[in-house]
Write a protein that binds this ligand. Structure first.
Ligand SMILES: *[C@@H]1O[C@H](CO)[C@@H](O)[C@H](O)[C@H]1NC(C)=O
Ligand SMILES: *[C@@H]1O[C@H](CO)[C@@H](O)[C@H](O)[C@H]1NC(C)=O
Length: 380
């Protein structure tokens, strides 16, 4: 699922609950709009009505208990620098931003979701994103980028990366400098409509499950390009122009890996025996062996699984030990208390014997014995 700013904003429950408050606000807004309108007419300016309709400042919104600023569609050319610095959702989509630099987000280091789609971003200075270590998703779709800033691949918890509709002509050249394996645990990647002729090499991507390569002229795409993505579950191949034989071997292999293929071209379906024969004759039937990158990717997933299993086992053991210690100390405490009581009773008894207290003490000790036995049984 693509999570875009618009979707999050429209789903926000807080805006729905604030409905009555909004009407009062709207009256105020209309009033102020009217006053500005009359003032501007008095000054000889004709302000456009469409500009008056929408708020001209970033709106603070609470979305899923997070502080978010909605700055979409405000004709911004730069990143606003006067907002609360602890914002977690930052929607800057549909603006006119061209350049980003180190200062752009220096104040906002808590950002988790950053929406920059539908701008005119061309240049991103090195270090613009490198301090955003809490960033989980970034949408840079529909801009004028030629590559993806490599520092994004070093962010420790970046999971969703959308760079669709940028002509990424320099990406392949830049990726040669990428440190592999990458640090970002990418799960969702959209490279749709990026002018790519084959899949770029990001190194192993053990967490990636959704990939969108639609609307790219993928004439050089090969099944080997998918080896670093051993956990892929969904692939959109709409409008990709993959040559027929490559396409067939890709679909056959990926279907075997339980990948759901979306918008697959009819001639790629490995159902037509005649077409498959044409392909196998051409390429001297080379069976597809899993490559070393696929094995590496699987290895990472396996070792992680073992890690978590070991951790849960240790947690269980320590909890068990802790529980036993607790029960044991409780038993000791009960013993101590009972001993103190009987000693006290004995002292009293030696002076003047009151039989009912003795009986009570005996009953209490029986009850306590029962409790102790129960506790010991629990411990086993
Ligand atoms: C892939 O990207 C295109 C263009 O952005 C979009 O229309 C399509 O819905 C995406 N596919 C999936 C499965 O999200
Ligand atoms: C596939 O891509 C074409 C061209 O971009 C587009 O018109 C069409 O709507 C897409 N189909 C689907 C199912 O996304």
């Amino acid at each position: 699922m693509m999570v875009s700013g618009k979707q999050i904003n429209s789903r926000t429950p807080s805006t729905m609950m604030n409905q009555p408050k909004f009407s009062a606000k709207q009256i105020l807004l209309t009033l102020s709009a009217l006053i500005t309108l009359t003032l501007s007419y008095a000054n000889g300016f004709a302000t456009l009505a469409t500009d008056m309709d929408r708020p001209q400042r970033c709106q603070l919104e609470r979305i899923y208990k997070m502080a978010g600023y909605n700055c979409a569609n405000l004709n911004l050319k730069e990143i606003p620098q006067s907002l609360k610095s602890n914002l977690q959702i930052f929607d800057l989509s549909y603006n006119r931003i061209r350049d980003l630099n180190r200062q752009s987000f220096a104040r906002y280091t808590d950002i988790k979701y950053l929406y920059l789609f539908e701008n005119m971003i061309q240049n991103i200075e090195e270090g613009t994103f490198s301090d955003l270590t809490t960033l989980e998703a970034i949408d840079l779709s529909h801009n004028a980028l030629k590559s993806i800033p490599l520092e994004l691949f070093r962010l420790p918890i970046l999971r969703n990366l959308y760079v669709a509709s940028n002509a990424l002509h320099d990406l392949e050249r830049d990726l040669e400098l990428l440190e592999k394996p990458i640090k970002a645990p990418l799960q969702v990647l959209s490279l749709a409509d990026c002018w790519l002729t084959r899949l770029p090499n990001f190194g192993i991507l053990p967490d990636l499950w959704q990939l969108n390569i639609s609307s790219n002229p993928m004439t050089e795409l090969d099944i080997d390009h998918f080896s670093p993505m051993c956990h892929l579950r969904s692939l959109d191949t709409n409008n990709t122009q993959i040559p027929i034989c490559a396409c067939q071997s890709i679909t056959t292999e990926l279907t075997a890996r339980r990948v759901t293929l979306i918008n697959i071209h009819p001639h790629c379906k490995p159902l037509f025996a005649t077409e498959q024969n044409i392909c196998t004759q051409g390429s001297t039937t080379t069976p597809i062996a899993p490559s070393s990158e696929y094995d590496q990717c699987m290895e990472v997933r396996k070792s992680r699984k073992l890690d978590t299993e070991a951790k849960t086992a240790w947690l269980k053991i320590s909890l068990g030990v802790l529980g036993c210690i607790l029960v044991f100390s409780l038993v000791l405490y009960c013993f101590h208390k009972r001993n103190a009581k009987t000693m006290e009773n004995n002292n009293k008894f030696s002076k003047s014997p009151p039989p009912p207290i003795n009986r009570l003490g005996g009953e209490a000790s029986i009850v306590e014995n029962g409790k102790r036995e129960k506790l010991i049984n629990d411990c086993d």
